[in-house]
Every structure is written in structure tokens, then in C-alpha cells.
Design a protein around this ligand. Structure first.
Ligand code: SAH
Length: 187
């Protein structure tokens, strides 16, 4: 796993998704070196950089040009990117031109989550996996309900990670924001 502190960050781009969360996403995705992955709302490339090391190819999309630039910088930093395509566009728009998806990660969708999930469902291969990370309660509910409507059997896991800071007088546990990981598999 890459370390959070090794990523380039930007005050205008959220991320990277924390290491422990990336690890759970990797395990939930059951990624193989034959899989084609899309990362919608790639932010700083936290998730893109992990999948680039393990999947066949990764297509990463972000509406914000600065996110695309910083994802490229992080790929370069970790000597990755040979199998990564970056697209600056709205996820709902970019997905129209993408087929043959084995794993779809949605890390950001604005107000377009339902449309994005509908498109993913159309493009996702049999046994394909969808994983959504959500911080807003509303996004969590919307994601679960939309997946149900699309005939998936979604699971939702709320994760609260605290990392210890080892100080001279003891260990202080510092909590990170709670986040939900919603996942589902196509029949
Ligand atoms: N997982 C990322 C962080 C994601 S932050 C990491 O590890 O760095 C969410 C991102 O979603 C933001 O960069 C935002 O610009 C992007 N986003 C929001 N709505 C979007 C949309 N409709 N299409 C594409 N990207 C979108």
C-alpha cells in the first residue's frame, strides 16, 4: 500500500482517500490483473494509484482539471501510469464512451450519482463490481436505493478509523472522518 503522506495534495482537490479505506476498497473489489477499472471522481488519484498496480488498466475521470493534473503528478511520483488513461470530464458524460468495465469506483459524482450508476450498470461486465465511497448521509442512502432499483444486492459498511500518535507520555488516537463504502456485484 502507498502511504497517505507520500501523495501530492491540493487544497482545491479532496483526497487522497485514506490508506485503510483504500485497502478495504481493494479487498472489496477483488481486483485481478485481468480487470479493467474506472475511477469516477479520481481526485488526487489515491484510488487510481492503488488500482494501477493491480489491474489490467484504469480509466480515471474527474470534472476538475486540477484533479487530473494532480493525479498525473502522483502517478509519476510512484512510477505508475503506463496502464492509466486520464479524462477530464463529467463522469456521466465520459462513461458514455467507455465499455467493458470489470470494476467501477465512484469517489465523487456531484448531483449525478443516479445517472452515473445507471450508466455503470449498462457498461459493467457480468460479475463486475461497483464500489461507492460516500461521506454525506444523503449520498449513502441514494447509492443504496439506486443499486436496489437496478436489481443489485448492495452492502454498506461505515468505517471509522483512528490512527495512533505515539507521544512521550502515551498514545493519542486521532480519528479520521467516517466514510461509508457501498459495494455490489453484478449477477
Ligand atoms: N478518491 C479520491 C478523492 C475523490 S474526491 C482520492 O483518493 O484522491 C471527489 C472527486 O470527485 C473530486 O475531485 C470532484 O472534482 C470529483 N467529481 C465530483 N462530481 C463529479 C462528476 N460528476 N464527474 C466527475 N468527477 C466528479
Amino acid at each position: 500500500m502507498l502511504k497517505d503522506s507520500d501523495f501530492f495534495k491540493s487544497c482545491d482537490v479532496p483526497g487522497p482517500t485514506k490508506e485503510a479505506i483504500r485497502a478495504i476498497i481493494l479487498y472489496k473489489s477483488d481486483v485481478k490483473n485481468t480487470d479493467s477499472v474506472v475511477d469516477i471522481g479520481c481526485g488526487t488519484g489515491g484510488i487510481t494509484c492503488e488500482f494501477a498496480q493491480r489491474a489490467k488498466d484504469v480509466t480515471s475521470i474527474d470534472i476538475n482539471s486540477e484533479a487530473i493534473e494532480i493525479t498525473q503528478k502522483n502517478l509519476n511520483k510512484f512510477s505508475l501510469g503506463g496502464n492509466v488513461k486520464l479524462i477530464q470530464d463529467d463522469g456521466a458524460n465520459a462513461l458514455k464512451n467507455i465499455d467493458n468495465i470489470d470494476i467501477a469506483i465512484v469517489g465523487g459524482s456531484g448531483k449525478k450519482l443516479e445517472e452515473i450508476l445507471e450508466l455503470i450498470d449498462l457498461k459493467l461486465n457480468s460479475k463486475g463490481r461497483i464500489i461507492i465511497t460516500a461521506i454525506l448521509v444523503d449520498t449513502k442512502v441514494e447509492a443504496v436505493n439506486k443499486l436496489k432499483e437496478l436489481n443489485y444486492n448492495p452492502s454498506i459498511m461505515e468505517v471509522n478509523i483512528s490512527n495512533g500518535r505515539v507521544l512521550n507520555r502515551g498514545i493519542m488516537m486521532m480519528s479520521e472522518n467516517p466514510i461509508a463504502i457501498i459495494s455490489a456485484k453484478k449477477h
